[in-house]
Design a protein around this ligand. Structure first.
Ligand code: GCO
Ligand code: MG
Length: 405
């Protein structure tokens, strides 16, 4: 007998930061979980799901995952966008979870089985000045990481993306009535970063993979200059050197450097990645499984990317919940052109609300062998952390005009 979707509910919880989870339950009582978190705009996706998507899931066959994906993507008529794609991603994750639990298999086995034993991961090291950054890199190495994203403070700036002044971990979304305002000076950044990262490389030696995120802040010529100046550091990748909706400019960066480029945490579909991949403008795709339409759609992006030797490296900061991280890991274990998973880690309350089978050890992650995605949400505990309004910061140049954060 075909099982049917009986209920679809949205749960918003804030154990330290806001998360939106989708719970799909079948008539047979199988529960699937999805992640619909979109940092700073959480309630938009919650409403999109509650008001528009959940009602039309009822009665559908949960095993028709691709048909449901097409139904929600083509059926909306208005193409794509981060809210729509996060909502579709949550449904897709929940349906893969249900399929796995129904089959009694971890999702990676439904995707064709493991093509690797474990998943290389990187985490963040930040320091307001170079000595603090070197300490942070050493601490991360002590935890077993073989790849680390390094972000440094910049003399003359009070706030810099990715670098906390007074906290151990960097968490960009700030709770409150309005976004925090930061002042940004690209010139100061460009003068400081290559030297600071060269000091990190001199400190670590060759055997640690170093990554850096420019977070969309540079013009094309600035991006080319940074990539060229960072060449001696031998980066694993340079991320988001320029706002990548202006994709053609990456040709200029490529002309000046062979530094591998990673782009795309803000992109949500294969259509946005098409020329980046087919024109060989990037080396790594940064789409998150939750933001880019779920496992089904990330596989489509990966298939295209594989033809051009571009590899997958899904977004994984703390605003990607443990449910989506699980989805990313099942996908990664079964995808040949998967490269590396960002793993920022979570504070304890997040691990308690989202109990998970995935594990971290020795610089690597593994999704575990529990049926489905292997994440169960403690709903009673989640209810003790109500939503709190929070925004990502905004950035202004020294003259007061807005720039990319
Ligand atoms: C990364 C990202 C994040 C984003 C954050 C925004 O590479 O991990 O750039 O730090 O800024 O996810 O919500
Ligand atoms: Mg990034």
């Amino acid at each position: 007998m075909t099982d049917r979707i009986a209920t679809a509910e949205v749960l918003v919880t804030s154990p330290g930061r806001n998360y939106v989870a989708l719970k799909v339950t079948t008539e047979a009582g199988v529960v699937g979980w999805g992640d619909a978190t979109l940092n700073g705009r959480e309630l938009a996706v919650a409403s999109y799901l509650r008001d528009h998507v959940c009602p039309i899931l009822i009665g559908r066959d949960p095993a028709r995952i691709e048909d449901t994906w097409q139904y929600l993507y083509r059926g909306v008529y208005w193409r794509g966008g981060s809210v729509t794609m996060a909502a579709i991603g949550a449904v897709d994750l929940a349906l893969w979870d249900i399929l796995g639990k129904t089959a009694g298999l971890p999702v990676y086995r439904l995707l064709g089985g493991a093509v690797r034993d474990r998943i290389l991961s990187y985490t963040h090291a930040t320091g307001w000045d170079v000595p603090a950054l070197l300490d942070a890199v050493d601490a991360v190495r002590d935890r077993g990481f073989q790849a680390v994203r390094v972000q440094t403070g910049v003399p003359g700036l009070d706030t810099v993306y990715g670098v906390p002044r007074d906290r151990a971990a960097y968490e960009p979304a700030g709770r409150g009535a309005a976004p925090a305002e930061e002042v940004w000076d690209t010139g100061a950044y460009l003068r400081h970063v290559p030297g600071a990262l060269a000091e990190v490389r001199a400190h670590t030696g060759d055997d640690l993979a170093l990554l850096h995120d420019a977070h969309h802040r540079l013009t094309p010529s600035q991006a080319a200059r940074l990539a060229r100046d960072l060449e001696p550091v031998d980066l694993f990748w340079l991320e988001d050197v320029t706002p990548a909706e202006n994709q053609d400019v990456l040709r200029l960066v490529r002309a000046h450097s062979t530094v591998p480029l990673a782009i795309g945490e803000v992109f949500t579909s294969v259509f946005e990645f098409r020329s980046l991949i087919t024109e060989q403008l990037i080396d790594f795709v940064r789409a998150a499984v939750s933001h880019a339409g779920g496992i089904s759609h990330l596989r489509r992006i990966a298939a295209l990317a594989d033809v051009w030797q571009v590899r997958m490296a899904p977004h994984g900061p703390s605003d990607v919940s443990p449910v989506a991280l699980a989805g990313s890991l099942h996908f990664g274990l079964a995808t040949p052109n998967f490269a590396i998973q960002e793993y920022m880690g979570y504070p304890d309350p997040v691990h308690e609300v989202f109990g998970h089978a995935w594990t971290y050890a020795d610089g690597h992650l593994h999704p575990g062998d529990a049926p489905g995605l292997g994440v169960e949400v403690d709903e009673a505990l989640a209810a003790r952390y109500p939503y709190e309004r929070a925004y990502l910061p905004v950035a202004r140049r020294r003259d007061g005009s807005m720039t990319d954060w």
